[in-house]
Design a protein around this ligand. Structure first.
Ligand SMILES: Cc1cc2nc3c(=O)[nH]c(=O)nc-3n(C[C@H](O)[C@H](O)[C@H](O)COP(=O)(O)OP(=O)(O)OC[C@H]3O[C@@H](n4cnc5c(N)ncnc54)[C@H](O)[C@@H]3O)c2cc1C
Ligand code: SF4
Ligand code: SF4
Length: 1017
């Protein structure tokens, strides 16, 4: 039995007091000094892990003012605060051992859009893609781009002066900031915008912190203008944080925002921003130029720039190969056909944008004419081996989507040495990039490191993440060695170490890059934050006696991870490699990634949160000399009854409020829908349901399980018996008072009712036989070749029996001889709830039967996506290659020649709502539905949606009802209630259909039922 984790790192008294006073003074947001929140916000995407004392989530500007004013009190001068947005920093930008002020949870409203004057005013917790989605109907967009646009906030972008693809045309975030509202540490609210000298004089004369700040910054600009001019590199990415070179605008106005942009949370809380907008280019295209050598791609970029593109991005073969093995490839593969006889080692993605098709065609032609005109010798010297063109905003969007995912994908290497960020965003003048990279590569090669590369070649920015196992103390030393070497190399090429992602802990190198100007940065810091309370140790210290953080003195995550025994680390591999890139915080409600985070906006309810918590839990157990993997084995051998008294006692103590860190982990795990979107979409393939099951198994080895778990776990076993007396089951379940009792006693709501249709009788009527050895033995070889076995699952067979029958009917119409596999429990509900021993038994039993059927050479197919996909996922983990091969029915049907049947079907168009597990874990199978419909003369478009909120039995659990409905409202509701969609929608998931039925009282057909309908007219 796992021990109680009674004590973790206690919160310092001064912070507890600080939080207490905040509460008493009416702080409206959330105050979280709990260990779960602290653990989850102890990391970003960097190599560091710094445990904060607590996390606060302000609701509005007044909360920020309260925080600032309190921190000014003498008793709280040692309290430090670090603002945080999406937490996607790659160098510890938002990490602190003080208090995290997470602005993203509540302060995320778009306040005002002015279409005529082309500006928008937002709270800074707004995510960049959220903003652009809201602006789209106005034909406008916020231009600065970044790979993390689906989770990075405007506050984070402003504070790192973010930029990315397209920066040569669109510049950086700073270039689009019109006004800022910032809460300074004395509690004053500073509204800043470029001002002329008269307004400046008025600001200078103010007696408060604002006056002091303005005087300091203005004096620096006046007194050091020449030095600033000489020192700042003339790069697309200049010396971010603090940007002395742009204190005066081109028009000569004083602009405090230049200092605030890129200040990495060290000067104030930026609460609101007014941002400049641009019209969305009407059309765009990408010319994808292939090379036989990555260096050739880099060198060629300068030549390609002559053809006047909007931007050029380069990716190397490593990145390309990683993308090929990811779900993202399905959306872009058509644009990257292989080059016969050649190995593509690099690609330049050359973008053209325009306001008319003619102008776009003209731009593309400039480039393609040059490419077409190449003779053999030019081909040899440039390394170009062909190109393809992707036309239109939709195609371009897909390719940029792939490119955006590239940084994350780099983390998905095999083995323990993982690509990590620390020198990942160098910038040099573009004309030096190729030479710089030759030296950079030599440097990494001299340390025998693997790495992938890509970057914005037009801006001279290179992204590289060397693969290092940070759990190994020897390899950890490379961070210092390589950082120093790369810093020198960038200086040699007149470039920057922090070309894009900000400085963070790398601020250590700032004095070296800023030279004599560094004391001026300190003066600025001192004016804003005299007591070094805001994100201290980054960018600059307020006084010379205080020092910046050093890259090898901040706690590194690997140092924590190495406390977990290797066997345990490997036993929980599906969660251990999360690198915090935050792709699971995807804002888009119509994207499947992670419904529990979307509904709660609590980071502990995200894949990253769950990975961080389970990692910490394993570490805590390891520190108590408990090996979770061994413990699971012992647990399975222990009898249920012998541990009962202890579990009862522990549960009573739990109810009395006894602390155990495992409860915090459990809370986070309970929020998971086990939808598996993380498995398919996380670039690192973090598999929450897998490690969640392992956690639950151990947690309930110590505490009593809720009754509902037994109810759900036994459902598949009870169904065959209950189905014989549907009148009794339905009679008991249907009445409202029974539903209430069930909710109270068993924790289940809206339990589905049995259809009452006898499969045996219906099969007989249909002339379909069960797939038994005897029945198969009667088939001729020809009949066998035409036979397909439909594998049952409890949900479809007992709650949607019609669907089984309709599918069999359709298969017959299409000319096949369908057979139905006898029912055996699949075991997936057991897996979901952590009954892993019982699951293994169920999987073995079921596999034995299915494998015997498969041995006859007949194909097995399943109707229910999540139950069917379990055979290639959960089953594989238990049975390895003995897991039965069961295809999704559309995977098999799409490969059959059924075109002869086409004339039998009436023509219509439909819209597919795919199941989350299916679209994220078997993405190609969604196209299979389209192929199948196309072959039968139907049109099928795929509707982008998030999760429906049901996910197996999640939505039927009373404790999840509110969240389940909220998830439905975030994406599905609008689609299902849209009048234009009436009669057109079809859904593949049993859960999805039952959620629509219970919330909207609408019955959505399965795609096979739609086809049957088209046949029957
Ligand atoms: C896979 C990956 C790809 C990336 N690609 C790019 C890229 O293409 N271009 C790019 O520029 N960056 C990139 N980054 C870095 C990162 O996404 C950006 O720096 C982004 O702007 C950070 O936004 P955030 O909301 O996550 O901020 P956080 O990481 O939470 O914070 C960043 C900094 O801003 C401060 N801050 C945040 N909000 C506020 C506020 N309201 N007031 C005061 N201070 C605040 C924090 O204290 C911190 O110092 C990438 C990161 C990852 C993981
Ligand atoms: S779970 Fe995956 S997507 Fe989320 S932060 Fe971790 S690695 Fe990134
Ligand atoms: S399974 Fe679904 S709900 Fe659970 S963490 Fe993964 S994406 Fe989130």
């Amino acid at each position: 039995m796992i021990p109680r984790i009674r004590e973790t790192s206690p919160v310092q008294t001064v912070y507890l007091k600080f939080i207490e006073i905040l509460k008493n003074q009416g702080f409206a947001g959330d105050l979280n000094p709990d260990y779960a929140n602290r653990t989850v916000l102890a990391t970003d995407n960097s190599i560091y892990q710094v445990l904060p004392q607590g996390v606060v989530y302000p609701k509005h500007v007044d909360d920020l003012v309260l925080l600032a004013q309190l921190s000014e009190r003498d008793e709280f001068k040692q309290v430090v605060l670090s603002p945080r947005g999406g937490g996607t920093g790659t160098n510890g930008q938002s990490l602190t051992d003080g208090l995290v002020v997470d602005i993203s949870r509540h302060m995320n409203e778009i306040l005002e859009i002015n279409q005529t004057e082309r500006w928008v005013r937002v709270q800074t917790g707004v995510v960049k893609d959220q903003l652009n989605a809201a602006l789209k109907p106005y034909g406008l967009f916020f231009a600065p781009e970044l790979s993390t646009s689906n989770r990075a906030t405007i506050g984070g972008m402003i504070n790192t002066d973010a930029s990315g693809q397209g920066s040569c045309l669109y510049g950086k975030t700073r270039d689009h900031v019109l006004e800022l509202k910032t809460v300074l540490l004395d509690g004053s609210v500073c509204d800043s915008a470029p001002v002329d000298d008269t307004a400046l004089a008025a600001l200078r004369s103010r007696a408060d912190r604002i006056g002091q700040v303005v005087r300091t910054v203005d004096d620096i600009q006046r007194e050091h203008a020449d030095l600033i001019d000489a020192k700042f590199p003339k790069l697309n990415r200049c010396l971010t944080g603090y940007d002395l070179a742009h204190i005066r605008t081109d028009a000569g106005e004083f602009n405090l925002n230049s200092i605030l942009c890129g200040s990495e949370g060290t000067l104030g809380f930026i609460a609101e921003a007014k941002l400049n907008l641009l019209p969305i280019p009407k059309c765009s295209a990408l010319v994808n130029v292939n090379y036989r050598d990555f260096n050739a791609a880099l060198r060629d970029a300068t030549e390609l720039m002559q053809a006047g593109p909007t931007s050029i991005e380069t990716v190397d073969s490593k990145v390309l190969n990683l993308a090929m093995n990811d779900i993202v490839w399905h959306s872009v593969s058509e644009f990257f056909p292989p080059v016969p006889g050649e190995d593509i080692k690099g690609i330049n993605l050359v973008e053209y944008t325009a306001d008319s098709d003619e102008a776009l065609a003209e731009g593309i032609k400039r480039l393609t004419d040059t490419l077409d005109a190449m003779n053999d010798s030019l081909r040899e010297s440039t390394g170009r081996i062909g190109y393809s063109v992707a036309m239109g905003n939709a195609a371009v969007g897909k390719i940029w989507g792939m490119r955006k995912k590239a940084v994350g994908l780099l983390g998905n290497a095999k083995g323990e040495a993982r690509p990590i960020p620390f020198v990942e965003d160098t910038a040099v003048p573009p004309e030096h990039l190729a030479d710089f990279i030759v030296e950079f590569r030599a440097l990494l090669d001299s340390h025998n490191l693997a790495y992938g590369m890509f970057g914005h070649v037009d801006a001279g920015v290179l992204h590289v993440r060397p693969a290092i196992d940070m759990k190994d103390p020897e390899q950890e030393k490379l961070i210092r060695i390589i950082s120093d070497q790369v810093a020198d190399l960038t200086q040699k090429y007149h470039g920057l170490l922090w070309g894009e992602h900000g400085k963070g802990v790398r601020s250590e190198y700032a004095p070296k890059f800023f030279g004599e100007l560094y004391p001026q940065l300190q003066n600025i810091k001192a004016a804003f934050d005299p007591h070094n309370q805001l994100n201290p140790g980054k960018i600059a210290t307020p006084t010379a006696d205080l020092s910046l953080l050093r890259i090898d003195e901040v706690t590194i995550r690997g140092q924590q991870d190495r406390k977990i025994a290797v066997e345990v680390w490997e036993g929980y591999a599906e969660g251990m490699h999360c690198n915090g890139n935050g792709a699971c915080f995807n804002w888009n409600p119509n994207d499947a990634m992670c419904p529990s985070y979307k509904a709660t906006r609590e980071r502990i309810h995200s894949p990253k949160g769950r990975s961080a918590l389970v990692r910490e839990w394993l570490k805590q157990l390891s520190e108590r000399k408990v090996n979770a993997v061994q413990e699971a084995k012992t647990n399975r051998e222990r009898s249920f009854v012998s541990s009962l008294p202890a579990r009862i006692k522990n549960t009573i103590n739990k109810k009395r409020g006894e602390y155990d860190f495992s409860h915090e982990v459990n809370e986070s795990m309970q929020g998971c829908l086990a939808c598996k979107s993380c498995v398919g979409q996380c670039p690192i393939k973090v598999d929450v349901p897998e490690f969640r099951s392992k956690f639950l198994e151990l947690y309930y080895g110590r505490y009593l399980r809720p009754l509902k778990d037994y109810f759900i776990g036994s459902l598949e076993y009870l169904m065959p018996t209950l189905a014989r007396v549907p009148w009794l089951y339905n009679g008991l379940m249907k009445p409202a008072f029974m539903q209430k009792i069930l909710a109270k006693v068993a924790g289940m709501v809206d339990s589905p009712l049995l259809t009452g249709v006898s499969l045996d009788n219906a099969l007989r009527e249909l002339g379909v036989r069960y797939a038994s050895a005897e029945n198969i033995a009667t088939l001729s070889d020809e009949q066998k070749a035409n036979t397909v076995i439909v594998v049952q699952d409890a949900f479809t067979s007992y709650f949607e029996t019609d669907l089984v029958l309709d599918s069999l009917k359709l298969l017959k119409i299409l000319g096949f001889n369908p057979m139905l596999a006898p029912f055996k429990p699949n075991g997936k509900p057991l897996h979901v709830h952590g009954f892993l021993k019982a699951f293994a038994k169920a999987a073995n039993n079921n596999a034995k039967m299915l494998n015997a059927l498969a041995d006859t050479g007949i194909i097995l197919v399943g109707l229910e996506p999540s139950m069917t996909l379990a055979y290639r996922s959960e089953y594989q983990k238990v049975l390895g290659d003995k897991a039965p091969k069961v295809a999704l029915i559309q995977e098999w049907l799409a490969a059959q020649d059924i075109t002869e049947a086409t004339p039998l079907f009436g023509k219509s168009d439909y819209k597919l709502l795919a199941h989350c597990t299916e679209k994220t874990n078997a993405a190609a199978s969604i196209k299979d539905w389209q192929t199948l419909f196309g072959a039968l003369g139907q049109e099928l478009s795929v509707v982008a949606t998030g999760c429906c909120g049901m996910a197996g039995t999640y939505g039927h659990e009373a404790a999840n009802l509110v969240t389940s409905k909220k998830i439905f409202s975030q994406s599905w509701e609008a689609v299902v209630t849209e009048p234009a969609n009436k009669g057109k929608l079809t859904a593949t998931g049993y859960s999805c259909r039952s959620q629509v039925k219970r919330i909207q009282d609408q019955r959505l057909p399965h795609p096979l039922q739609v086809l049957l309908g088209a046949y029957q007219g």
